[in-house]
Design a protein around this ligand. Structure first.
Ligand code: MEZ
Length: 554
């Protein structure tokens, strides 16, 4: 739907201040960055600070930790499988490495493990590549420009963005491996945007002190996923992909080592037993939990399953008291609600503008501060733009980019969003976008070490399901980096573990039996993992004659 008349009138206000704002931008005379104290003050408007949004988890290895209700609900739930009826002696698939999750982290882990001689199965909930990787737009950070940047500056930025709470050893591993990851991806054929002489283009992101954001137009994640998925599909003798088969429980063995998983075939509704010498958990994030009712950028299967399975197997969680709301999600047109508008728009010069046409925050603040500033402007400030659906949003003034960098820049640099809006009859080279913060990233997750190991031998972590690297707030471009760095490390170390550390033993689901017993006193009939979000209207749900729900699944 194009902008209705009432919004078109408000766009005139944005237009009336645009030329002056462009001039200020050219002279670097914009709204200044907030001081550290001002940032701390601003964060009082961030959803994470709401005490009523969280509660203490009552069972498991991180008992007593306060996290979002929506995640706590899943940790305080019983298993989808009844361990008493799962026949662990009837193995459906046997392999060296089982990778749970077919996004960028899992696929990368599969490649590196295969290079160590491992036979790999990737089990994925939906199709191979249906993952948050695919949805990441604006870039991947790496200090590739040695004359101006180094992993040292990158390290400081990551730590600063995470409020210096990050686990330093995880950050060190992340930034030191970053330049090598770009080289590796390029070697596999990943098409990053370059200048005519072949130099990789780099820009700023929120919280970066150097221009180190590499990108492929505004579809960086899709291009990276294409690259690693093609590579995995070209190694069919060693890497097998099982689609529409989410894992629902980890299997341990008599030594307490991770030894496979129970998968659930979404089509036939059968469970399948996979026996493996090691497992890489790469299930991604939790956006589809819609924490505090927020819309999300995440793909349909992002329901925190890996956290549930890993936690039941004994791995503690960390940093789940914070989640990331990307400052700029589409709030109108409503058919596109929640969809990510890449930070690259702001990195390329677009201002955030309120109903009066004023820039109210520097658009390169760290994400949590930026999101809090937008929420504040729309709530206590009452300077949000009312949408036809009764919400409030802020203008992201994309036409400024054309004025700053020349006509045609928006279409060339942001083809994904240009096409999307065109379908609604909106030309974002000429009209601004209406945005509001959207649930984007799970800052925390399962605890793991720089070598991707967990407290459970044989269980490795890759990507968003792990916690600690980004502290309390991740900066743009460090998640695409994270999945590659820790995907590679997890795959390589799992490959070595399979050769040297693996110890065979009888398969067991005793940890699930115990967890089910512990959970009984605190669980309200919930079942987890969630697998898919449930958008059924409660009124319809009540009248469904044939529906028999197990958690969210019929
Ligand atoms: O790292 C991200 O979350 C990312 C690249 C998002 C974006 O704004 O494009």
């Amino acid at each position: 739907m194009p902008y209705p008349e009432e919004l078109k009138k408000l766009i005139k206000v944005v237009e009336s201040t645009r030329a002056e704002r462009v001039e200020r931008k050219k002279k670097n005379e914009e709204v200044p960055f907030l001081s550290l104290d001002e940032r701390a003050e601003m964060l009082h408007h961030h959803p994470d600070v709401k005490e009523e949004g969280r509660r203490e988890v009552k069972i498991g290895p991180s008992k007593g930790y306060h996290i979002a209700h929506e995640i706590a609900d899943l940790l305080e739930a019983t298993s989808r499988v009844d361990p008493a009826i799962v026949e662990l002696n009837k193995v459906d698939y046997e392999t060296d490495l089982l990778v749970i999750g077919g996004g960028g982290a899992g696929t990368t882990a599969a490649l590196l493990a295969q290079e160590q001689g491992a036979k790999v199965i990737i089990a994925t909930k939906l199709r191979h590549g249906d993952a948050n990787t695919m949805m990441a737009e604006g870039g991947i950070q790496a200090a590739t420009k040695g004359h101006k940047d180094s992993p040292y500056f990158h390290y400081l930025d990551v730590m600063g963005g995470g409020h210096f709470k990050n686990k330093p050893e995880l950050v060190e591993t992340l930034v030191n491996n970053a330049p090598g990851v770009i080289k590796w991806l390029e070697g596999l054929g990943c098409n990053f945007t370059k200048t005519n002489d072949g130099t990789l283009m780099t820009i700023h992101g929120g919280g970066t002190s150097r221009k180190r954001m590499h990108y492929a137009a505004d579809i960086t994640g899709a291009e990276m996923m294409r690259t690693v998925r093609d590579e995995a599909r070209n190694r069919p003798n060693d890497i097998r992909v099982i689609e529409f088969a989410p894992a629902v429980e980890l299997i341990l063995n008599e030594h307490g080592h991770c030894a496979g998983a129970v998968l659930y075939n979404l089509e036939t509704e059968e469970y399948l037993v996979v026996k493996a010498k090691a497992v890489v958990m790469a299930t991604g994030g939790c956006g589809r939990l819609h924490i505090q009712g927020f819309m999300t950028t995440n793909h349909y299967g992002a329901t925190a399953d890996g956290i549930v399975m890993g936690y039941r197997a004994g791995v503690p969680v960390c940093f789940l008291h914070t989640v990331q709301y990307h400052p700029t999600g589409i709030v109108f047109p409503e058919q596109a609600e929640g969809i990510l508008i890449t930070e690259k728009f702001r990195g390329s010069g677009a201002n955030l503008v309120n109903i009066e046409g004023n820039q109210f925050v520097n658009e390169r603040e760290p994400r949590d501060v930026e999101a809090a500033a937008i929420i504040k402007e729309c709530t206590v400030g009452s300077k949000g733009v009312p949408t036809p659906t009764g919400k409030a949003g802020i203008w992201l003034d994309s036409p400024m980019i054309e004025m700053l960098s020349g006509e045609g820049t928006v279409e060339r640099e942001f083809p994904g969003k240009h096409i999307l809006y065109k379908r609604f009859g909106i030309d974002i080279a000429k009209e601004p976008m209406l945005i509001f913060p959207t649930l984007h990233y799970q800052n925390g997750g399962l605890e793991f070490q720089p070598n991707a190991e967990t407290t459970v031998p044989g269980l490795f972590i890759a990507g968003e399901v792990g916690g600690g690297t980004h502290g309390e707030n991740r900066l743009m471009g460090n998640s695409l980096l994270d999945i590659m760095v820790y995907g590679r490390i997890a795959g390589e170390n799992a490959g070595q573990y399979i050769r040297n550390g693996f110890k065979d033993g009888k398969l067991s689901l005793d940890h699930v039996v115990k967890y089910n017993n512990d959970v009984e006193s605190v669980c309200d009939g919930r079942v987890a993992p969630m697998i898919l979000p449930d958008y059924t209207d409660p009124a319809i749900r009540e009248k469904q004659l044939t529906a028999n729900y197990e958690g969210t699944l019929r």
